[in-house]
Design a protein around this ligand. Structure first.
Ligand SMILES: Nc1nc2c(ncn2[C@@H]2O[C@H](COP(=O)(O)OP(=O)(O)OP(=O)(O)O)[C@@H](O)[C@H]2O)c(=O)[nH]1
Ligand SMILES: [Mg+2]
Length: 292
């Protein structure tokens, strides 16, 4: 069985990569996804394409959910016998923590794909805010995708390449749009792994059920307010909305709001918000007031 861990900062394009990858493979693939909050949005998005999807929502597989990851993996591998196991940890998980958990589950051979958001990477990296965390994701990668080049600028993309090449000279580096790969995944591990650094990021999460009669326009408007900083430092937000015209994913990534139609209707209108600084209860009451 091939095992691939798809890592990368919040909103870099991990789920998009998996969705595109699944469309072009015949392999029996088991996906294990660990999303933020209790809402499990990525699990629903991926299971619309691949029914063999297991969600570990709420918590982080590199630390609090490590035991759950190990037991779930052992059971699922036994029951499903996939040809390929693909894991999407949440954007705050450290590769080191995941690697430890995989080792404990008896999986010692795996490939790490790290997706870099070319719009935001340099600013975040140079600010030093997530320094060690980024380095851990980059140094342990076998394949690095410099993603969202359609939204970025050439000098920025070149500089990003230079920085990540410096951190991990042995990795394959590919610029991508929507994390689309036109090559096979590397089968053998190339990275000289350094699993010493278990630097998980600590951000806050808020999950909210959205009333069924809320249209997507209303959520897009709220998310644009989020981007202005009026509600505090919101790092990432995503919502699933079903309205008369169909169902949609609305999200904030790279400081922008995106809306995309879903393949099938969502079962429940909901959102998850990932943020720093602001108090959870305060943000919750402000969002609920907005939705009323
Ligand atoms: N324009 C553009 N949008 C992209 C690209 N890749 C991803 N996106 C969009 O960026 C947003 C975030 O992508 P996801 O695939 O959900 O990112 P993620 O890494 O899975 O996010 P988390 O799991 O929340 O950390 C979505 O709205 C995607 O449609 C790209 O190359 N170009
Ligand atoms: Mg995702």
């Amino acid at each position: 069985m091939k095992t691939t861990v798809v890592t990368g900062m919040l909103g870099a394009g991990k789920t998009t990569f998996i969705q595109n990858y699944l469309k072009n493979t015949e392999e029996k693939t088991l996906i294990l996804v660990n999303d933020f909050g209790k809402t499990g949005i990525d699990g629903e998005l991926i299971s619309q394409i691949n029914p063999e999807t297991i969600e570990l929502p709420s918590g982080c597989v590199c630390c609090t959910l490590r035991y759950d990851l190990i037991t779930t993996l052992k059971r699922a591998l036994h029951e499903i016998s996939p040809e390929h196991l693909l894991i999407e940890p949440s954007g705050i998980a450290s590769v080191s923590g995941i690697a430890d958990a995989l080792n404990q589950a008896g999986l010692t051979e795996f490939t790490v794909i790290t997706i870099i958001d070319s719009v935001e990477f340099l600013d975040l990296y140079q600010s030093g805010m997530y320094g060690e965390f980024f380095k851990d994701q980059i140094k342990n990668a076998d394949l690095l995708l410099i993603n969202k080049i359609d939204l970025s600028e050439t000098p920025k993309i070149m500089k990003t390449r230079e920085v990540i090449k410096g951190l991990n000279p042995s990795s394959i580096i590919i610029p991508t749009v929507r994390a689309k790969l036109s090559m096979d995944l590397p089968s053998a591990s190339r990275a000289k792994r350094s699993f010493s650094n278990n630097s998980h990021l600590h951000l806050k999460t808020l999950a909210i059920n959205i009333p069924p009669d809320t249209g997507k326009d209303r959520i897009e408007k709220l998310f644009r307010e989020f981007i202005t900083g009026k509600f505090g430092n919101i790092v990432r937000a995503k919502a699933l909305i079903k309205e008369q015209s169909g169902s949609y994913l609305i999200d904030i990534a790279s400081g922008k709001c995106f809306t995309r139609p879903l393949l099938t209707d969502t079962k429940r209108n909901r959102m998850v918000v990932i943020f720093e600084d602001t108090d959870v209860e305060k943000l919750k009451s402000e969002v609920l007031k907005w939705l009323r």
